[in-house]
Write a protein that binds this ligand. Structure first.
Ligand SMILES: C[S@@+](CC[C@H](N)C(=O)[O-])C[C@H]1O[C@@H](n2cnc3c(N)ncnc32)[C@H](O)[C@@H]1O
Length: 561
């Protein structure tokens, strides 16, 4: 999922992917504990099935007693339903999908459907600096002097996080430097989740109908679908959590299942420009199912998750967001969903007629017609010697395609390593060549062409070549329009980038148009109150004022002439 914009935004969906490399080398040292977590993986699956009926809190006290066997699952669900009903929502059982969130009133585009603070969250360990644990900003932040792991932007966030961080801080401060290095954001997220549950259980932190461990307990874990290798990895991660919290008796099976829950329920927290900042678990928002043509979008303000309607949603309809990058062929989307979420999507886009699907996929990823004016898509002949345009019937020789594709691959490999070394000048030359070749090879709405142009846009912005950046930014817009829906944050953000470049280059009329198009989309997806949106709207006003000043100055000049 490539959400690219001015500031190096790259995001797929808001879903998380685990970084597991650090965990692997723990395997040797923790195999003893591993045995403790599992009899066999199959036993674990059996243990976890049917667990939903009761909310049992599996954290044990040092004496081995349950810390809490709180309200029954049914009571928790009743509390949740009544909290949701005042918002015009209900949890419902959706055939073939498990639970889902449905509306009990009508919503219009831009309406906030629901917002939620995370049950637990953790910022990424970003290379470009650190992030406040409380509000996820990265300006003027300071490290906690005791644990030297957490960062805060000031007293307010430090205070609001203190009850949780106090326990975490003690645990982290006691870790050796080597152990601290193993503390990935996912491990830290789990530590924080456990500590929050403990604090809520002890009533140090209040529980609410939308913020309690019972909701985490009720999330799907897909333990029976996970490959053994993955399960072993989660068990290793659970053991690492145990090492971080040595004084707490931890139920390894429970924590292992919770890692699996994170994989299919947690969300990547992003800034307004969709740059990933961290990970959060939002147990109510996690009830929302997926569609490749969603009626809602998930955005964040700080770490507050907000679901907004993208279109009119009538009472009784299911709320749907996209878990994945939707600018992809049906096969790619289905593979992504199966791999991480273990389901086959049956949304209208995934269940198109085979003919329509073939056409959409060939346009998104296939080769272009030899006649550049045709716009048709090619399909391979049965003998696989050539491709035939499905519009005009022209042939394109397989050999010719192979040569260009080989060239693209060869240069791309070099270009990406040159780019990762920060050699922007050489990288820009290489990516321009790739773009030219891809133009010959692929359809004008090809996703590959889109990615290359986005990369070029970023490189040229690094080089402060604003004219060049604007050229490629403009070239991406028609592709964004085709691969995303009319109202999509990616399209809005790309218009915004275009507008900023045009403004910089003093193309006032163009900038006004681009800011207007950006605002029309982003008002719906992002609302109007965030600092990000206020900035866009003020830029729009400024462009409007300057355009009208220029117009009136031109008018005056004409009268004088
Ligand atoms: C974040 S949870 C969504 C809530 C979930 N349905 C529940 O019962 O808690 C993600 C899981 O829901 C199911 N799911 C989500 N969207 C689906 C869809 N369009 N079709 C079938 N299953 C879906 C899959 O099992 C997926 O792993």
């Amino acid at each position: 999922m490539n959400y690219v914009n001015t500031n190096d935004t790259k995001l797929q969906s808001h879903r998380i992917k685990f970084s597991t490399t650090r965990i692997r080398h723990l395997h040797a040292t923790s195999s003893g504990l591993l045995g403790q977590a599992f009899g066999k993986p199959t036993n674990l699956q059996a243990d976890c099935s049917g667990k939903r009926s009761l909310y049992f809190f599996f954290l044990l006290s040092p004496e081995g007693k349950f810390l809490a066997a709180s309200k029954s699952f049914e009571v928790l669900m009743e509390d949740l339903q009544s909290a949701l009903s005042s918002r015009g929502l209900a949890v419902s059982s959706i055939p073939g999908k498990g639970r889902g969130l449905v509306t009990t009133k009508d919503f219009t585009p831009g309406d906030v459907i629901i917002c939620q603070e995370p049950y637990a969250s953790c910022p990424n360990r970003s290379s470009g600096g650190s992030i406040c644990d409380g509000c996820f900003v990265s300006n003027n932040i300071r490290k906690c002097s005791a644990c030297r792991v957490a960062w805060y932007c000031g007293n307010k966030c430090q205070k609001s996080e203190w009850k949780l961080h106090q326990l975490e801080c003690q645990a982290l401060a006691a870790l050796t430097e080597d152990r601290k290095k193993m503390l990935t954001p996912t491990i830290r997220l789990m530590v924080r989740l456990i500590l929050k549950a403990k604090l809520q259980e002890g009533k140090v932190i209040p529980t609410t109908p939308m913020d309690n461990y019972g909701l985490v307990d009720a999330l799907v874990s897909h333990m029976s679908d996970i490959k053994e290798e993955q399960l072993v990895l989660y068990a290793q991660m659970a053991n690492l959590v145990k090492l971080v919290l040595p004084h707490m008796e931890i139920n390894l099976k429970e924590i292992t299942a919770n890692f699996s829950k994170l994989a299919c329920n947690a969300h990547t927290i992003c800034d307004s420009e969709l740059r990933p900042l961290g990970t959060g678990l939002y147990p109510v928002i996690s009830i929302i199912n997926h569609s490749c043509i969603p009626n809602c979008v998930l955005v964040f303000e700080g770490r507050l998750a907000i679901i907004r309607a993208l279109e009119p949603i009538a009472k009784g309809k299911e709320i749907l967001i996209s878990y994945i990058e939707t600018a992809a062929t049906t096969k790619t989307r289905q593979n992504d969903l199966k791999k991480q979420y273990f389901f086959t999507c049956n949304c209208p886009r995934c269940t198109k007629s085979p003919c329509e699907e073939l056409k959409e996929d060939a346009l998104l990823e296939g080769y272009r017609c030899k006649d550049s004016k045709c716009g048709g898509f090619l399909l391979q002949d049965s003998v696989k010697k050539s491709f035939t345009c499905q519009y005009c019937g022209l042939f394109r020789d397989q050999k010719e395609i192979k040569i260009i594709a080989g060239e693209v691959e060869r240069i791309s490999e070099k270009a990406s390593s040159i780019l990762s070394c920060g050699n922007f000048i050489e990288a820009s030359t290489m990516y321009k060549t790739i773009e030219q070749l891809e133009r010959e090879l692929y359809n004008p709405e090809s996703i590959r062409l889109l990615r290359t142009r986005d990369t070029l846009l970023k490189i040229l912005m690094e080089l402060k070549d604003w004219e060049g950046a604007l050229t490629y930014c403009k070239l991406t817009i028609p592709i964004y329009q085709k691969v995303y829906r009319e109202i999509h944050p990616m399209l809005g953000l790309q218009y915004y980038t275009c507008g900023k470049l045009e403004w910089l280059l003093e193309h006032t009329e163009d900038a006004l148009k681009s800011f207007t198009q950006a605002a029309d989309i982003l008002r719906v997806t992002h609302g109007t109150s965030s600092p990000f949106m206020r900035e866009l709207l003020s830029r729009l006003e400024e462009a409007r004022a300057e355009a009208s000043y220029k117009q009136s100055a031109n008018g005056d000049r004409m009268i004088e002439d």
